[in-house]
Structure formats: C-alpha cells, structure tokens
Design a protein around this ligand. Structure first.
Ligand SMILES: NC(=O)C1=CN([C@@H]2O[C@H](COP(=O)(O)OP(=O)(O)OC[C@H]3O[C@@H](n4cnc5c(N)ncnc54)[C@H](OP(=O)(O)O)[C@@H]3O)[C@@H](O)[C@H]2O)C=CC1
Ligand SMILES: Nc1nc(=O)c2c([nH]1)NC[C@@H]1CN(c3ccc(C(=O)N[C@@H](CCC(=O)O)C(=O)O)cc3)C=[N+]21
Length: 301
C-alpha cells in the first residue's frame, strides 16, 4: 500500500554520504599519502554567496580534505580570472576547481568554465563533461542533479517499487547547471522526460502528468499544490531567500505544505537537495583526485 505525505530527509542522507566520503579520504591518505584539495573561487562580495562558500569550506575540511577559498574583487577582469584558472589547472596539488556562479555581468561564465581543466571541473559544467554525460561516457556529473537523483532513487526504494523505468518525469527549468543535466540523468534511468521553461504553455497541466516532478525555477513557491499528481515524487531544487515578518528565510520552488499531502514523497527546503549538492561536490573532488593520480575510482557511495 503506497503512502502519501513523506518528507525526504536530504540532510540526513547527505550526512551519511559525508561519513562514507570521510572514510575514503582517510584511506586515500593512509595508503597513498594523498589529501584531495578543492579550490573555490568567488568573484565579488555577495554576502549570501560568501555564507555558502564558507559552509562548503568547512564541510570540505570536516571530511578531511583540503579547502582553499580565493575571493577576488567584483571588478576583477575576465583575463585575470582566466589567468588564475590557468595557474590552478597547472598546480598538481589542486584536484578540484569550482568557480562560484553567477559571475559579475562583465564576464562570460561559459568562457570561464571552458578554461577549467575538465578533469578538475568538479561542478561538471565544462562542455566536455556535459557532452560526455549526454552521450553516455564517464563524466564528472553536476552535483545538484546527481544528489537529486540519489534522493529520488532512495525515496522510490522506500516508498515504491524502486523503479524509475517508464515513469513520466517533468523538469521545470532548463539551465545548464540543473535542468539539462537532470534531464540527462533521468533519461539514462529510462524515464520519459519533458523539460519545461518560461515559454512552456499549460505548465500546470504538464506538471500534473509527472510521476517525477523536479522544480529548478528560482521562484519561491512557484509550483502549486494542485499541480502535483497524486502519488508523485517531488524534488524541489529551488533555494529562494525571502523575508517573512522581517526575518530572512529560505524556501523552495514548490509550495511545500500544499504539495506534501498529494506527493508520495517530497524534498523540503532547507535540508533537502542543498546538503546533497555539497556532499556530491566532495565526492566529485575525491574521484577527481583519484583519476588525476591514476588510482582506482571508488564506486557508488
Ligand atoms: N539546491 C541546490 O544545491 C541548488 C539550488 N539552485 C537553485 O535552483 C533554482 C534554479 O537554479 P538555476 O537552474 O541555476 O536557475 P536559472 O535561473 O538558470 O534557470 C531557471 C529556469 O527556470 C525557468 N523559469 C523561470 N520562470 C519560469 C516560469 N514562470 N515558468 C516556467 N519556467 C520558468 C527558466 O526558463 P527560461 O530558460 O525560459 O528562462 C530557466 O530555464 C534556483 O532557485 C537556485 O537558487 C541552484 C543550484 C544548486
Ligand atoms: N559553481 C557553482 N556551483 C554550485 O553548485 C552553485 C553555484 N555555483 N552557485 C550557487 C548555487 C547554489 N548552491 C547551493 C548548494 C547548497 C546549498 C545548501 O547547502 N543549502 C542548505 C542550507 C541553506 C541555508 O540555510 O543557508 C539547505 O538547503 O539545507 C545551497 C545552495 C550551489 N550552487
């Protein structure tokens, strides 16, 4: 008998992942004298970004990896940023490079991402990684879609028959960093995938066809409760900062309270997809370090 109204504990799942990653990092250190190193580059002083970057740094250290954060002024020129990336590419002590997005308007994020060595592109945003994922080759997979898929599979195992094959998946959002790679992953799982965006007509009706609904829109509580099909699995990727009674809080792209009773299972915001993104980033960094040193890449976590 299937149930409704289950909340997916992304925070708890990510904690387990981080513990397993920490174990692998410790083994890599003791057996090969190798400590994976992630460098995060942030351009500008956006306070929200800085909190996120600080959390990432602390989490990276907590699993035993090295974390370096480089903060550049907002008026850094594109050639200067490209030069820094070139130096990080050439530095064999650096295993992963993450350039925090969005970048200031005077830079092309495509050009900047293109400059990162694909083997160090732990975001999985480089065209080589995106292309490899699309054609089914080994690739560094973007963290948020990867973490979302892990939660989805786990929820299907817990609450359903564990099978994604043949399910209708609707992804709202077509960004290169979330929507498109999410679609690739769900296609690989044999879902029938539809990607919706701001020009999609009849979005509510389309969402109601979704056995799996992924929201990556960037608009607070945009997906209404009655857009959710009875029994659907809902993954809310949105991270939106809003003011409620003078206090800042974060909410997702889905009206959680309205969607919960209809869904079989749904991720909350916070403590849903967000913590999974960071755990997957750490695992991508660990795997990148192994590949760069010709060591076997540990399998599924
Ligand atoms: N949990 C996590 O770890 C992460 C969370 N995020 C969050 O996920 C959300 C999406 O991020 P990202 O993909 O980078 O965002 P983008 O702004 O790059 O993309 C948003 C997408 O939503 C679509 N969209 C906007 N308005 C509508 C509308 N009215 N109807 C239908 N579609 C619409 C856009 O369509 P169009 O292409 O036509 O403009 C676009 O494809 C954000 O809240 C972001 O903060 C992002 C990364 C990681
Ligand atoms: N190159 C690049 N790669 C990214 O992966 C990337 C990026 N740029 N730019 C910004 C977005 C956003 N993003 C988040 C990841 C985790 C949380 C997260 O851990 N959130 C927690 C805590 C939120 C809080 O309370 O502040 C939660 O949802 O529970 C949030 C947001 C990654 N992004």
């Amino acid at each position: 008998m299937s149930t409704r109204g289950n909340t997916i504990d992304g925070f708890g799942y990510a904690k387990g992942l981080r513990e397993r990653i920490a174990g692998r990092v410790a083994t890599l250190k003791s057996e090969h004298g190798l400590t994976p190193c992630l460098v995060v580059v942030i351009v500008g002083e956006d306070p929200a970004s800085q909190i996120y970057v600080k959390n990432k740094g602390e989490t990276t250290k907590a699993v035993g990896m090295e974390s370096r954060t480089i903060v550049l002024p907002a008026d850094t020129t594109e050639p200067d940023l490209l030069k820094l990336i070139g130096e990080l590419n050439a530095d064999s002590s650096v295993n992963g490079i993450l350039v925090q997005l969005p970048l200031p308007a005077h830079m092309s994020s495509l050009k900047v991402i293109d400059a990162i060595d694909p083997l160090k592109d732990v975001d999985g945003f480089h065209v080589q990684n995106a292309g490899r994922l699309a054609v089914g080759l080994d690739a560094i997979v973007p963290c948020t879609p990867l973490g979302s898929l892990m939660l989805l599979k786990d929820a299907l195992k817990t609450h359903g028959d564990g099978n994604l094959l043949g399910l209708n998946a609707v992804i709202v959002g077509r960004s290169n960093i979330v929507g498109k790679p999410m679609a690739q992953l769900l296609l690989n799982e044999n879902c029938t995938v539809t990607i919706a965006h701001s020009r999609t007509t009849n979005l509510p009706e389309l969402c109601r066809t979704a056995d799996v609904l992924v929201a990556a829109v960037g608009r607070p509580k945009f997906i209404q409760g009655d857009w959710v099909k009875d029994g659907a699995y809902v993954i809310d990727v949105g991270i939106n900062r809003i003011e409620v009674e003078g206090k800042s809080k974060i909410v997702g792209d889905v009206d959680f309270d309205a969607a919960l009773p209809r869904a079989t299972a749904i991720t909350p915001v916070p403590k849903g997809v967000g913590p999974m993104t960071i755990a997957c980033l750490l695992n991508n960094t660990l795997q990148a370090a192994c590949v760069q040193h010709g060591l076997p890449v540990p399998g599924d976590l």
